[in-house]
Design a protein around this ligand. Structure first.
Ligand SMILES: *Cc1c(COP(=O)(O)O)cnc(C)c1O
Length: 353
């Protein structure tokens, strides 16, 4: 039987299981001490004042928008080339989403495109660091609008030697099953502002509040946090393994096509190749047991019924980009099998330009 290499797979060790199990056995399951430790450890790792752990990355975004006081009629800028979760969070906060295009090289939101979309109603810009590759965050900090860094795919990545997530007014993380490390479902918001931290913490629980209007049941639980703390300890080795696999794929791609576009400091969360015909390439790799996927299901302008011509770089990425399996739990046999399949399907790769 042919071995199937899934597109992604979490890396859970026996130690992770023990840590979560010991928390469950201890009976302190709801939000408590363990969650507090996880918040401190991740925010220290990022270089932030503190963090608030929540039950998803999407809710981390929603709460960030609420903490900035964003309401109906306010505008929030985001890229068109990102998962729909970001759009959902803005919608849930009642704000108006304003889409920007991505850069010509790489897959991150374009500072020039963002600048052209800023109005007097713009209350925040969400800057996702896509596929593990840091966006040019220095350019966004110059715009006089609060920046929310979306590090859901890039925890541990660095921009000019500093951890991403340490630049924005707020930063969000996701620990969903397919992300860099996992707590099942989960997320966090980190910030340098004590005031914002207090607001965030207050919003994640509903009991004993003076008002019911801004309290949401979105906190993380302690057994998830126990898993998160254990996974965080492995983050350095996870990133090392990802970069080593990416370097091996790079060799093949450079022989036959364009070198993949990654910024320095990337953690190689996704390995994205550009091909002339994504559907056919995904099918061909699938027949060889290598499950590939489009990294973005649909560009967001297609949900909002906007003209695709306004987003040429997003359209180009969507028309070409395919994500190839890359994760720390890949065995040597699996990595070699992907290498063999990449060589065999080289005629699909986009020609060098
Ligand atoms: C996954 C993801 C999110 C949402 O995180 P969830 O934990 O799945 O809600 C937000 N932004 C980006 C860039 C993501 O990849």
């Amino acid at each position: 039987m042919k071995r199937i290499i899934p597109h992604s797979r979490p890396t859970i060790s026996e130690d992770d299981v023990q840590k979560a199990a010991s928390n469950l056995r201890g009976g302190k399951i709801a939000t408590g001490e363990e969650t507090g430790f996880f918040e401190k450890e991740l925010s220290r790792y990022i270089g932030s004042l503190g963090g608030v752990a929540v039950n998803s990355g999407t809710n981390a975004l929603f709460l960030s928008l609420k903490a900035l006081g964003i309401k109906k009629g306010d505008e929030v800028i985001l890229p068109s080339y990102v998962c729909a979760s970001v759009l959902s969070a803005i919608n849930l906060a009642g704000a108006r989403p304003v889409l920007a295009d991505i850069e010509e090289e790489g897959y991150n939101i374009s500072p020039d495109s963002v600048e052209s979309k800023i109005t007097s109603k713009t209350k925040a810009v969400i800057v996702p660091h896509m596929f593990g590759s840091p966006a040019r965050i220095d350019k966004f900090l110059k715009l006089k609008v609060p920046i929310i860094e979306d590090c859901a795919q890039s925890v541990g990545g660095e921009f000019k030697g500093k951890k991403i997530g340490s630049f924005g007014k707020l930063s969000i993380f996701s620990f969903y099953a397919t992300k860099v490390f996992t707590t099942g479902q989960g997320g966090m918001v980190t910030t340098h502002s004590k005031e914002i931290l207090e607001k965030l913490r207050d919003m994640t629980q509903y009991d004993g509040r003076e008002s019911y209007l801004v309290s949401y049941n979105m906190a993380m639980t302690d057994f998830q946090a126990a898993l998160g703390r254990s996974q965080l300890k492995m983050l350095g080795s996870f990133i090392k393994k990802r970069r080593a696999i990416a370097a091996r794929y790079d060799k093949i791609i450079k022989e036959f096509g364009r070198a993949p576009k990654r910024a320095e400091g990337s953690i190689c969360f996704r390995y994205v190749v550009e091909v002339e015909d994504p559907e056919n390439f995904i099918g061909e790799m699938g027949r060889r047991g290598v499950m590939c996927a489009r990294p973005i299901f649909r560009p967001l302008h297609s949900y909002l019924g906007l003209n695709a011509r306004i987003f040429p770089n997003t359209e180009k990425a969507q028309g070409r980009a395919v994500s190839v399996p890359i994760y720390p739990s890949m065995s040597e046999e699996e990595i070699s099998a992907v290498e063999t399949s990449l060589r065999a399907t080289r005629s699909f790769l986009s020609k060098p330009i």
